[in-house]
Design a protein around this ligand. Structure first.
Ligand SMILES: *Cc1c(COP(=O)(O)O)cnc(C)c1O
Length: 227
């Protein structure tokens, strides 16, 4: 019997199947939908994805408005958040991976209190110099821990990082391992525990998983190259 168009898995479903086949079930796959149309988002949803990420508040708002019928999606913010969009971000996202300064963390905490929300937060760390990226240096993060621990409306869950371009595989692995070490050291120090590591994108996620990622953020490998 010929395979009909409807019964053939979509390219998106096929790519997800390949990715999942080699992924420990403990790793949460987050589909990054920036510049991806809602039809493709629906295909990923149909293939079982429930975690989706956007890097901008505005584009997320438009997309979520078109996907309101998919009520069990968890939305993640992964891009730099300007403080004037913090309130909107809390309304749109359950997870904020890109908390990259104490000022932002404090603002999110205050607004979360007002909105009666308790967002899941990752602290974005910049382990290597990268002028195009935001994030805490390790020293800044250590210094801020006591203040961060007082932000009672935020559920600080872990660390997030984005690697600079141009690293070798060995350097990538080493940098991911450094994030894991940092999270372990902070957790051991007892201020709060950081069980989650949000690290790994399409080009580097197998190395991130090998280093202990609990959440990977995949865009182009699922949806194809962005324009
Ligand atoms: C775009 C983006 C991703 C996904 O990148 P791909 O290379 O398409 O997988 C992951 N994390 C962040 C922060 C991003 O901005």
């Amino acid at each position: 019997m010929p395979i009909t168009q409807e019964s053939a898995p979509s390219p998106i479903a096929q790519r997800l199947e390949v990715i999942r086949a080699n992924l420990p079930t403990s790793v949460r796959l987050i589909a990054v939908t920036k510049q991806v149309g809602v039809e493709a988002v629906r295909e990923a949803y149909a293939a079982g994805v429930r975690d989706f990420a956007e890097n901008q508040v505005q584009s997320a708002e438009a997309k979520q408005a078109e996907l309101q019928d998919l009520t069990d999606i968890t939305w993640h913010l992964i891009g730099h958040l300007q403080s004037n969009k913090a309130k909107k971000a809390l309304e749109l996202f359950e997870w904020i991976h890109s908390c990259d300064s104490l000022a932002l963390a404090e603002k999110l905490d205050r607004l979360a209190g007002e909105l009666d929300k308790s967002p899941q937060v990752c602290l974005q760390v910049k382990l290597l110099p990268d002028p195009s990226k935001f994030g805490w240096s390790e020293a800044q993060l250590w210094q801020a821990l006591d203040r961060l621990a007082q932000l009672s409306h935020l559920q600080i869950q872990g660390l997030m990082t984005i690697l600079p371009l141009g690293l070798t595989d060995a350097e990538m692995l080493h940098t991911f391992q450094s994030l894991k070490t940092l999270a372990t050291q902070i957790s051991n120090q007892g201020t709060f525990s950081l069980p989650h590591l949000s690290m790994g994108m399409s080009q580097d996620y197998p190395l991130a998983v090998a280093a202990g990622a609990t959440m990977i953020r995949l865009g182009s490998i699922i949806f194809g190259d962005r324009p």
